[in-house]
Design a binder for this molecule. Structure first.
Ligand code: HEC
Length: 154
């Protein structure tokens, strides 16, 4: 009996990616999309290349926007590749694009941590296509709502 249920489940699980590969691998910044270790590498890079303008605590200054607080509603509703691409092409302001993709992914991990998004078991990829699957949600999506929202979108 147990085995039959398991087989049914496996058969169903195999069907899902065939029907909607995107919904299957879609994630939120609340799902633990970076590791603690990555964020701590990112913190070092941030202190070297970004803190001078954005502040060691990410709070910004009169001329420089914060990367915490109102930063969240500003980026909410996008996917993580948008933030990554902006940082990769526009920052550091005085030497735009000077950091590598890996370094920028580490920095994004640190910014996520600084904004209290949870760490997880897998590092944030420097691949835009992978980042595109991670939605920047200001509020943690409820499992049921997340499913409904995904079906509504397509
Ligand atoms: C020389 C100062 C300076 C440095 C260094 C710098 N920034 Fe910026 N950053 C700015 C300014 C000024 C803006 C606002 C630009 C604009 O509005 O066009 C900005 C904007 C941003 C934004 C958009 C914020 C928002 O919500 O509008 C992000 C994200 C960002 N910077 C990240 C970084 C990261 C990550 C680094 C390090 C790799 C970095 N910055 C280094 C000055 C700097």
């Amino acid at each position: 009996m147990r085995r039959k249920i398991l087989l049914t489940f496996m058969a169903l699980a195999a069907l899902i990616p065939a029907q909607s590969p995107q919904a299957q691998s879609r994630q939120s910044v609340w799902d633990g999309v970076y590791t603690e270790e990555q964020a701590s590498r990112g913190q070092t890079l941030f202190q070297q290349s970004c803190a001078r303008c954005h502040g060691a605590n990410l709070a910004g200054t009169f001329e420089t926007p914060p990367l915490i607080g109102r930063f969240i509603p500003y980026w909410a509703g996008t996917t993580l590749d948008v933030l990554f691409d902006y940082i990769s092409t526009a920052m550091p302001l005085d030497r735009p694009g000077s950091l590598g993709r890996g370094a920028n992914a580490d920095i994004v991990a640190f910014i996520l941590k600084a904004n209290n998004f949870p760490a997880g078991a897998q590092e944030l990829s420097a691949d835009s296509d992978r980042q595109k699957m991670i939605s920047f949600d200001a509020v943690k999506p409820q499992p049921a709502t997340a499913g409904r929202r995904n079906t509504k979108k397509r």
